[in-house]
Design a protein around this ligand. Structure first.
Ligand code: G3D
Ligand code: MG
Length: 199
């Protein structure tokens, strides 16, 4: 088996684009998580800002949920610029066309978890029921932590969303959060396709 692949192989791998939005209260770490996610990627990213949003791109190598074949997921990651509260986003095109949602809370501020309901509602109103992951960030701040994992788990179970603990500071769980969300999206896509095709 050849260990080195032809350069063209990469281009032949199927590529799917998806819009992922980050949402959550101010200072929970949305921008830091995106920075961390892009940390090791210098070649295939670019940043576009318009209005109150900033979009960054990164490609992830993924596997097709059915066949396990390689595929590429090109994530357009949307971030909120400046200090915008939920109110501004209810009318905003930010969530339009979103295919995945990372709602971020800060484990040192329990209120930021409760506030995720409003953020998800705003996203759902515009983008429909899209794959959503709860990201509980800043787990490196052990002394200041005020949300235990069982509280987060109970909240997410009631809510029907999976969660992941992260630290944008140490990098813990960060790429995993984007990967798992992309995985949720892919599985939902394949389920829909099977439904359409009657498979
Ligand atoms: P936002 O984009 O959600 O508003 P930011 O949040 O990414 O701007 O982060 C807000 C502050 O929290 C920043 O601190 C940032 O460094 C810090 N932060 C973000 N994620 C983490 C984390 O996982 N651990 C720790 N310890 N801090 C984090 P400053 O002081 O720069 O305002
Ligand atoms: Mg920010």
């Amino acid at each position: 088996m050849a260990l080195l692949e032809e350069p063209t192989t990469e281009l032949k791998t199927p590529r799917l684009k998806l819009k992922v939005c980050l949402a959550g209260e101010e200072a929970v770490g949305k921008t830091s998580l995106i920075r961390r996610f892009l940390e090791d990627v210098f070649d295939d990213r670019h940043i576009v800002t318009f209005g109150e949003a900033k979009v960054t791109q990164r490609e992830l190598q993924m596997k097709m949920p059915d066949s396990g074949d390689r595929m590429r997921a090109a994530l357009g990651v949307w971030d909120i610029l400046g200090q915008c509260g939920l109110a501004q986003f209810l009318k905003d095109p930010y969530f339009r066309g979103a295919q995945g949602l990372l709602v971020v809370c800060d484990v040192t501020r329990p209120l930021t978890l409760a506030r995720l309901k409003g953020w998800r509602r705003a996203a759902t109103k515009v983008a429909g029921q899209i794959p959503t992951y709860v990201v509980a960030n800043k787990v490196d701040l052990v002394e200041d932590r005020q949300l235990r994992e069982d509280e987060i788990r109970a909240f997410c179970r009631r809510w029907g969303s999976p969660y992941l603990l992260t630290s944008a500071k140490t990098g813990e769980g960060v790429e995993e959060a984007f990967r798992r969300l992309t995985g949720l999206f892919l599985r939902a896509q394949f389920r829909n396709m099977k439904g359409i095709l009657g498979g």
